[in-house]
Design a protein around this ligand. Sequence first.
Ligand code: CP
Length: 329
Amino acid sequence: MIDLRGRHFLTLRDYSKDEILYLIEKAQEFKRLKKEHIVHDYLKGRNIVMIFEKTSTRTRCSFEVAAHDLGMGTTYLDPRSSQMGRKESLLDTAKVLGRMYDAIEYRGFRQDKAELLAKNAGIPVLNGLTGSYHPTQMLADMLTIKEHFKHLEGLKLVFIGPTRNSVANSLLVTTSKLGIDYTACGPKELWPDRELYEECLKEAKRNNCQIELTEYINEALEGADVVYTDAWVMMGEPNDLWKERSELLRHYRVDMKMMKKAKDNAIFMHCLPAFHDQETELAKELYEKLGLVDLEVSDEVFNSERSKVFDQAEDRVHTIKALLYEILK
Ligand code: CP
C-alpha cells in the first residue's frame, strides 16, 4: 500500500521505484479524467503557495491548473511581490506560510533553500526547480516516455549536453530507479557530481540497468530510444557563460544527423524552453554574440515527428496533479 501523504518532494532520491511508478499511474488516471471533462475537485478547501524566485511558464501554469482542477486555492509569490529575502528571511517566511497553507511549491536557485523550507514549514514542500534538481519535470518525462513506448524498463535514454544541470541530475536519479539505461554524453568538464553518480550507479545495479558517462556521441547514441537535451546555460548561471558553453558544447547540438545515430524509432525530448530558432529576445542576443542560429537543438529536430516536447509540457499538469493529490489527500 503506497501512502505519500505529508511527504516532501525535493529530489526524488528518497522516492522508491514503486512510489514513482505509482505517481505516474495516478497521473494517467487524472489525464483521462481531464480529457473526458470529468470534474475531480477532490482537494476543495486546500491551498498551496507557489514561490518562484526564477521565472517559469510550464511549472507555474501546471501547478495552477492542477491545483484549480483539484478545487484548491493558489497564491503566486515572487521576490518582488513578497517580503521574502529582502525584509524577511526564508526561515521566517517558511514558518509563516506553514501556518496558512497546506503545501509550498518552491522554485529557486539553491537546493539547500528548498531543504530549509522543508525542515521548517511544517507542511510538504515541492521542488519546482533548483540549481540541482527538477523532480516534477521527471514525473512528466516518464509519463511521456511510458505513453509513447508503453513501458519504461529496458529503454535507453541519452542526455546530450550539459550533463550536470538540474534536469540531467534528475534524469540520472530517475532512470537509475526505474530500470532505464542512461548515458550522459557531453564534455568531461560538465559531467555530473561524482557522489551523485556513485549513488545512482548503485541504484542502477539494484534495478538491472546501466549508467554511462562519455564524451563520444556515436558510442552514446547506439541503441538509444530517447535523445534528451537541455539549454546550455541554466537560469541563475551567469550570462557570460554562454560563450564558454557554446564553445564546449557546439559539437553536442542535436540535429537530424545525430538523431539518425539513435534507433529508427527514437524520440527527441527537451524540458523547454529551447533555443531552436531566432524567435526570442535572448536567441537574437546570442546570435549577435555567438553567431549561432540555434543552440542545443536544430529547429528541424525540434519540430519533427520525433519530437515529444509538447507532450512533455502537457504531462507536467497531469503529473503535478497526481503529486498534489497523493501528498495532500
Ligand atoms: N521545464 C520547465 O520547468 O519550464 P518552465 O521553466 O517554463 O517552468
